[in-house]
Design a protein around this ligand. Structure first.
Ligand SMILES: [Zn+2]
Length: 419
């Protein structure tokens, strides 16, 4: 009421005419004082509206449009029951909205932290059932967003869902990269999973910003290991990712006839679709095949058998291994290196087996002699194999050659040489 009197007085001061002129118009400064106020021109005349009353569904002069361009009408509206209720509703809605946004933000950050945990687990081959333990640990060390259990997914099914979400992001980025590369290479190999189902693992090689990148595309089920079946799966996978076969210009494989057969191998089938495609026989596998040439040397085969029998002799006997360790400590400043078994699948393993044989040989002979004296026929047999000059000479020859071959193998496989 007081402000109305003051305003009327001010109006009088501006227009001191004898007769007051009734020229009422909307004043833009009213909007500063009344944030809910809006002025629209309807049918050529100005009308004032109240946004709060409109939003809360009230029906009054300020929702229909008021033409009463006086500050007194604004004061009157701001004090009316409809408006007071509408303002209260508006402030409650605003508070609720800000509360919800804050809660949503915290939930998003919690979810993001959980995704980071799952990403770490995936990268480090940690099984899904470890997830709950990891989140409990993070809660115990008061890691942000893990202090309360609220908003944390615990079940291992959630890990599957989160992995799928992460996968979709990774695959989306990969699709973008694939789109940007004019040509791509495909590297494939047959595998089996833990339940011995046949699988086809596919990698793609592409050019990204003038650099070559290799990415895993996926590990897919295949019904059989025939070239046609593998080729069909490859076509299906590439089509799903919108990749035309004509863009595939190389096929890398481990070189078996199913892959590299001149007439009906996967590479030959691919060439029918992409005339310029070339085939690459994995270099590490080729070196491994070259190493297999040693099979024709009888001494190397006999050597492997001897090393395997030494490994088996100590494998399940803690007391023998312990005695060997003590003898090594007496004979040398270095600690005993554990005995290794040459393994047919890993062509790198013979190097480790030879290395441990070379360093453990003096202690090995002494330990085996003790067993042989005690009447152990197996120890006597092994002793007879590892004591001759030919065995020692071959150990040293292989110890010189194999590190070079192993290093070459690792480099060709894209792995690093252990320092
Ligand atoms: Zn209102």
């Amino acid at each position: 009421m007081q402000s109305e009197i003051t305003e009327t007085a001010a109006d009088d001061a501006v227009a001191p005419a004898k007769k007051k002129q009734k020229c009422w118009a909307f004043r833009p400064e009213w909007k500063d004082k009344y944030p809910w106020l809006r002025c629209d021109i309807i049918d050529g005349s100005e009308k004032m509206f109240c946004s709060h009353c409109e939003k809360s569904g009230k029906k009054n002069g300020f929702t229909r449009g008021s033409t009463n361009m006086r500050s007194s009408s604004l004061i009157e509206h701001s004090q009316c029951n409809d408006h007071v209720i509408a303002v209260s509703l508006f402030s409650q809605q605003t508070a609720m909205k800000s509360h919800c946004e804050k809660a949503k933000d915290i939930l998003n950050k919690k979810l993001s932290s959980q995704l980071q945990v799952v990403f770490y687990m995936t990268k480090n081959d940690i099984a899904c059932h470890q997830y709950e333990g990891l989140t409990e640990l993070l809660g115990a060390v008061r890691a942000p967003y893990f202090v309360t259990r609220e908003g944390i997914y615990w079940h291992s099914d959630s890990v599957d869902d989160m992995e799928k979400a992460l996968e979709s992001v990774v695959m989306k980025q990969l699709d973008e990269k694939l789109k940007g590369s004019d040509f791509i290479g495909v590297i494939i190999d047959e595998t089996v999973n833990i339940t011995v189902d046949k699988k086809l693992i596919i990698y793609v090689k592409m050019e990204v910003k003038r650099r070559v990148e290799i990415h895993l595309l996926g590990n897919y089920d295949v019904h059989s290991g025939t070239a046609q079946c593998i080729f069909n799966k490859l076509v299906e996978v590439l089509r799903d990712r919108d990749l035309e076969l004509s863009r595939v210009i190389s096929l890398g494989s481990e070189g078996c006839s199913v892959m590299m057969g001149k007439r009906a191998g996967v590479g030959a089938l691919l060439r029918r679709e992409s005339a310029f495609s070339i085939q690459v026989h994995c270099v590490a596998h080729r070196v491994a095949l070259a190493q297999d040439a040693a099979k024709s040397v009888d001494q190397v085969g006999a050597y492997k058998r001897t090393v395997t029998s030494v490994y088996s002799f100590y494998k399940h006997w803690a007391s023998r291994t312990n005695r060997l360790r003590q003898l090594t400590a007496v004979l040398s400043d270095e600690n005993m290196t554990s005995l290794k078994q040459p393994c047919a699948v890993r062509w790198l393993s013979l190097h480790k087996a030879v290395k441990s044989m070379k360093s453990n040989w003096p202690a090995l002979v002494m330990e085996l002699k003790e067993d042989a004296v005690g009447g152990n026929a197996q120890a006597q047999g092994i002793l007879g194999q590892i004591q001759p000059y030919s065995f020692i000479a071959l150990t040293h020859t292989l110890a010189d050659v194999l590190p070079v071959m192993t290093k070459l193998n690792l480099i060709l496989s894209g792995l690093t040489w252990p320092k």
